[in-house]
Design a binder for this molecule. Structure first.
Ligand code: HEM
Ligand code: HEM
Length: 203
């Protein structure tokens, strides 16, 4: 790997990768659910798969399990890639690289909020509503709003990534190679050092 390539910490790649994959699967299966039972705005000629709601609920549940770990990572070790105290001020420097970076950090942060909104509204959904034709339930409409928000944000997130770092940045997020200093073999030791440090500061 050349030195000039962007490098992402392995733990970030693992958490971000699983999280992104599961969210995309939830988005696709949920569109299928909408297409089968609702279809008010658009309807594609997709075949009817019986347990699509169950499949979507399962992916949703997996996001619910993985997402908190990714969010904790982002707010702690990945904090530099999220909104900074001066991000909004930097937005006055329209068109300069820092402007794009500030926007990128803001959209990364919004991704976390959009995913949280989808999870909260999803948890309030009832499996029976759509098969029973109850399309005007408040939580269902809020859950659909989460889909729209998440898809728009995801497109902006990817386009902004391409803008600030180009294809190499996107590839770096899904690359399998890692530096020896980032090896999972060292994670046990890192956790011990971290715990010792926090214990040290408390005493
Ligand atoms: C048009 C968009 C969507 C529709 C029609 C839809 C439909 C549904 C339905 C019918 C349920 C109830 C199923 C069950 O409880 O097993 C549900 C639950 C859920 N959905 Fe969605 N959904 C949509 C978008 C999304 C998106 C984008 C996510 C992103 C992560 C998501 C995550 C969840 C979660 C976490 C649950 C709760 C699962 C559980 O607690 O069992 N949904 N959704
Ligand atoms: C295929 C879809 C996706 C691509 C190509 C992608 C790409 C990227 C890239 C390249 C970065 C690194 C930015 C940097 O080094 O400055 C990043 C960071 C990030 N992505 Fe994505 N992403 C995708 C999906 C998602 C999804 C679904 C979420 C939902 C929550 C998400 C949330 C984030 C967050 C919060 C960060 C910042 C992480 C940190 O604080 O360290 N991404 N993404």
């Amino acid at each position: 790997m050349s030195r000039s390539q962007p490098y992402q910490p392995l733990l970030l790649r693992i958490l971000h990768g699983f999280n992104a994959l599961l969210i995309i699967l939830a988005i696709l299966t949920s569109f299928w659910v909408y297409n089968t039972y609702d279809g008010r705005l658009i309807r594609l000629p997709l075949p009817n798969i019986p347990d699509m709601i169950g499949i979507h609920g399962t992916f949703g549940l997996w996001v619910l399990i993985i997402f908190p770990f990714f969010a904790v990572y982002s707010f702690h070790r990945g904090e530099k890639r999220l909104i900074q105290a001066d991000s909004v001020n930097k937005l006055s420097q329209v068109g300069k690289p820092i402007w794009w970076y500030s926007l990128y950090r803001i959209i990364n942060t919004i991704m976390l909020l959009a995913a949280t909104w989808a999870l909260i509204t999803g948890r309030n959904m009832k499996e029976e509503w759509l098969p029973d034709g109850k399309l005007d339930m408040m939580w269902y409409n809020l859950h659909v709003s989460a889909w729209i928000i998440l898809v728009i944000c995801l497109i902006v997130h990817i386009l902004m990534g391409l803008k600030v770092g180009g294809v190499p940045l996107i590839v770096s997020m899904f690359n399998w190679k890692y530096r020896p200093s980032d090896s999972p073999k060292l994670w046990g030791q890192n956790i011990k050092t971290f715990l010792n440090k926090t214990r040290g500061t408390r005493e």
